[in-house]
Design a protein around this ligand. Structure first.
Ligand SMILES: CC(C)(COP(=O)(O)OP(=O)(O)OC[C@H]1O[C@@H](n2cnc3c(N)ncnc32)[C@H](O)[C@@H]1OP(=O)(O)O)[C@@H](O)C(=O)NCCC(=O)NCCS
Length: 254
């Protein structure tokens, strides 16, 4: 095995496992790397972002994504080509090689998670526990009637964090499907119990279709965040790993 093969092997999950990489978006090397690694369309998207902090966060996220996926696939980070689904989900362009590396990304202002799986669609969503939300407004927006009834049985003091947790479950699933908000969050149900750390739910992927089992896992990614990872099936486990760029701008395991 060459050193490059070894690097790829340690970054790739086994088929029944999903890796979740914790990324510090404020790592100083990431912004600088973005200037070298981003594709023309990514650079243009960054340029169009009005606020510096949004631009920096986007560039840091895409740099980390490229470095990590480069390690997973044995590719040059800058040479990676993303394809986008109908609703914007980025995916690796098919190379005909096996195994197929699938991924999904989510960020807050300063941290991000990148879920990487083999031959399995994944969805991940991350929210800061400090995020200010209007609880009744968000309930109306994301919970269907039976979920809202369940939700309002929770003690009032527990509701804000519970709602953030439910929100991550719902967003993780629409992200796994790649549907984005074209799949209204009220059109399907998840657990409203914030204590359900692992849950298997039969979910119809298209309205009217028979349900498929999906597993939802709450992640202990960072004490200040709430995060959910979801993927089809029950035959997978996950592992959280820390990541940071090494001093030469290549990705390294910390
Ligand atoms: C995907 C979406 C739910 C993410 O929302 P969010 O909570 O604000 O952001 P997150 O940090 O969790 O995720 C953003 C990342 O998800 C990924 N992503 C983008 N579109 C996605 C999609 N359709 N499915 C899954 N992942 C997607 C990207 O990697 C993106 O980060 P990047 O652009 O910096 O690479 C939301 O942006 C969305 O729905 N976008 C699609 C637009 C759409 O469908 N509109 C429908 C109108 S009816």
């Amino acid at each position: 095995m060459t050193p490059a093969d070894k690097a790829t092997a340690c970054h790739l999950p086994a088929p029944g496992n999903i890796h979740v990489w914790r990324i510090d978006l404020q790592h100083p090397a990431l912004l600088d790397l973005g200037k070298r690694l981003l594709s023309a369309d990514e650079a243009e998207r960054a340029r169009r972002l009005r606020f510096d902090e949004h631009r920096q966060r986007y560039m840091a996220g895409r740099s980390a994504m490229r470095l990590l996926l480069g390690k997973c696939t044995g590719s040059e980070p800058a040479a990676i080509r993303f394809h986008y689904g109908t609703h914007g989900k980025p995916a690796l362009a098919a190379t005909g090689s096996t195994p197929a590396v699938r991924f999904n990304f989510s960020n807050t202002d300063s941290r991000a998670l990148l879920a990487v799986a083999i031959d399995r669609d994944v969805g991940i969503d991350l929210e800061s526990r400090q995020r200010e939300i209007n609880v009744p407004g968000l309930v109306r927006h994301i919970l269907n009637d039976p979920e809202a009834v369940e939700f309002y049985r929770l003690p009032e003091a527990a509701r804000r964090l519970a709602l953030l947790t439910i929100w991550t479950r719902k967003e993780a699933w629409i992200k796994a499907l790649g549907a984005g908000f074209s799949r209204p969050l009220k059109s399907f149900s998840v657990s409203t119990d914030p204590g359900d750390s692992v849950q298997v739910l039969p979910m119809p992927e298209e309205p009217g279709e028979p349900p498929t089992d999906w597993t939802f896992r709450l992640l202990e990614a960072h004490p200040d965040d709430i995060a959910t990872l979801t993927a089809r099936g029950t035959d997978w486990s996950c592992r959280c790993l820390d990541w940071q760029p090494d001093e030469h701008g290549r990705s390294g395991l910390s």
